[in-house]
Design a protein around this ligand. Structure first.
Ligand code: FMN
Length: 350
């Protein structure tokens, strides 16, 4: 099969059809920049940004919108309930220079849902319609929407929601094929991506459980989707976009040398230091290290030592140890893509 080498949102060509999925607490500017550096990310979506924070002038929320030119093309994702504030937040995102505004209709977190936003909108379609109509009216850049399958397994309504999105002028729909109640358990239902694709004429992207290049190829084959979003797979392996693109094109996927991966981790440290106070840097380095320092057998003790460090300087000798072991033993991509239950639960704390 010939895989698509690009997709289009409202006439704008994006290549390759591989999207860095929005992840709160993960896809901030430093992470987005290292993902871009590894290559072949066709579109980046920011972590979700609260319309309440934005429209009430919260400085930290406004800072979440900042991005570097090399992060383009970029969609800024917003979440909330009130259509007037959603419209206002979308205007702010447009003024911030976003290429696209993405509306979050999938977040399962209790706090978000209780505020009426995220996946709650899947069970309040009149309000979703108001939001989409208002946002579409207010901005000139394209509006995209990310949804889940439905609220629970008795109310799977993503096809109806996708049609509503199209009718309201949405330029792309992304489905993470789990329900709100499912949160991150089980597997994403990609058959629903195929069904949405058959029912709308706007581009459709699928999200869920792409951990290695072959997973993406299989999903393109099975669903005919226009693009795929990659989330957790990119934390353990930010080279996954490049490796997927190469696999799609029959090229042997790139294997970064341990030295290069070590440098990438240090670049991440520098980007973080540019972006936030040192206290935040330590937490973010630990988050990435827990996922990134995988794939070399018998190195769990090194990960533990990194996670116990109280400063970045304390972590650095452990990075050297890990990448020396990687030089000797190589990196096993199966181990790299495996996620244990605890790590998964920690990731899904949002
Ligand atoms: C830590 C974390 C944070 C997330 N934050 C967001 C978010 O802000 N907005 C959103 O639409 N989806 C969010 N998601 C969902 C992902 O974008 C993605 O749809 C989901 O994780 C399934 O894809 P994956 O298996 O490739 O990770 C988040 C997921 C994780 C693990």
């Amino acid at each position: 099969m010939k895989y698509p080498d690009s997709f289009e949102i409202a006439g704008r060509k994006l290549s390759p059809p591989l999207v860095l999925s929005p992840m709160a607490g993960v896809t901030d500017s430093p992470f987005r920049r290292i993902a871009k550096k590894c290559g072949n990310v066709g579109l980046i979506v920011t972590e979700f940004i609260s319309i309440e924070g934005l429209t009430r002038g919260n400085m930290r929320t406004h800072e979440m919108m900042r991005f570097k030119p090399e992060e383009r093309p970029i969609a800024i994702q917003i979440f909330g309930y009130d259509e007037v504030r959603m419209r206002w937040a979308a205007e702010i995102a447009q003024e911030a220079g976003a290429d696209f505004v993405d509306i979050n209709c999938g977040c399962p977190a209790r706090k978000v849902v209780h505020g009426g936003g995220g996946s709650n909108l899947l069970r309040d379609l009149p309000q979703l319609k108001k939001i989409l109509t208002e946002v579409k009216r207010a901005i000139t850049i394209p509006m995209t929407v990310k949804i889940r399958a439905g609220w629970d397994d008795k109310s799977i309504n993503c096809i109806e929601v996708a049609k509503l999105i199209e009718d309201c002028g949405g330029s792309m729909v992304t489905l993470h094929g789990r329900t709100r109640v499912q949160a991150y358990q089980g597997f994403a239902d990609w058959d629903l991506v195929a069904q949405i694709k058959k029912n709308v004429s706007i581009p459709v992207s699928g999200s869920g459980d792409i951990l290695k290049p072959e997973d993406a190829l299989r999903r393109f084959d099975e669903t005919g989707c226009d693009a795929v979003h990659i989330g957790r797979g990119a934390i353990a392996n930010p080279y996954i976009f490049r490796q997927t693109w190469e696999t799609m094109n029959g090229i042997e996927p790139y294997k970064p040398a341990p030295k290069e991966m070590h440098e990438l981790l240090l670049d991440f440290r520098d980007y973080l230091r540019d972006h936030m106070p040192e206290k935040g840097v330590i937490g973010r380095m630990k988050m990435l290290s827990a996922q990134f320092l995988r794939g070399v057998p018998n190195c769990a003790h090194i990960r533990t030592a990194v996670l116990r460090s109280s400063t970045v300087e304390e972590m650095e000798p452990h990075f050297i140890d890990y990448f020396e072991m990687a030089e000797i033993h190589g990196i096993d991509s199966n181990l790299q893509s495996a996620r244990d239950e605890n790590a998964e639960l920690a990731e899904c704390g949002v």
